[in-house]
Design a protein around this ligand. Structure first.
Ligand code: CTP
Ligand code: K
Ligand code: MG
Length: 185
């Protein structure tokens, strides 16, 4: 009974992580690719502040989606080759939606961050982490609703909410230490 419960909880956490790999990788992947032309082309909104700011670039966007999808393809390859049938089965549609949604959510976050007067890279605690979760899951719901119903139970969703701050913190510290991120958050 206890053993079964522990296994179920572990499986929930592993499944949640497995689902979110393309989104987490896209979000982290944008950092080393970043630079060059900003997505908003340097333009300002009526409030005089940038639409998105220099932290959202085309290279970061395209590069991040690319590595997110690449890792998703690796997941599909591994799961089919080794018959990891107990894991959520990623598809081309789900990995693309997750990677793209993560960075779209990140840009929507930056839009509102600029409107609230916060500068590029400034701390905005909850939004800076859950932007990618909201973006990726909303796009996933739009593109693959039956898949979401099959794999994302309320418990998997809660596990995603727990994983995200842990990985976000870890990834940002690593990025800062290896010098590709200006601040450790
Ligand atoms: N990045 C990018 N393009 C994106 C997302 C991220 O080039 N679409 C790069 C930028 O170099 C950015 C870094 O990854 O500075 C870290 O991403 P993030 O924390 O999302 O951006 P911030 O610099 O914090 O900017 P903002 O305040 O707008 O969130
Ligand atoms: K981000
Ligand atoms: Mg940031």
């Amino acid at each position: 009974m206890i053993v079964e419960t522990v296994i179920a909880i572990l499986a929930t956490f592993v499944s949640a992580f497995w689902i979110m790999v393309p989104a987490y990788v896209a979000n982290a992947g944008a950092v080393p690719f970043g630079g060059g032309t900003p997505v908003d082309f340097g333009k300002c909104a009526k409030d005089g502040r940038r639409y998105l700011g220099d932290g959202k670039t085309w290279r970061g966007l395209i590069g991040g989606i690319f590595v997110g999808v690449l890792f998703g393809l690796l997941q599909i390859f591994l799961a089919t080759t080794f018959h990891w049938d107990w894991l959520p089965q990623q598809t081309i549609v789900t990995i693309t939606a997750l990677a793209t949604g993560a960075l779209l959510g990140d840009m929507v976050k930056s839009y509102f961050k600029r409107r609230s007067g916060k500068g590029r890279g400034e701390k905005w605690p909850i939004a800076d982490m859950y932007d990618l979760v909201a973006g990726s899951l909303i796009l996933l719901v739009i593109c693959a609703w039956p898949w979401v119903m099959e794999y994302i139970t309320i418990w998997v969703f809660i596990a995603i909410l727990i994983w995200t701050p842990l990985l976000h913190r870890g990834a940002n510290i690593i990025g800062y230490l290896i010098g590709i991120k200006q601040v450790p958050w």
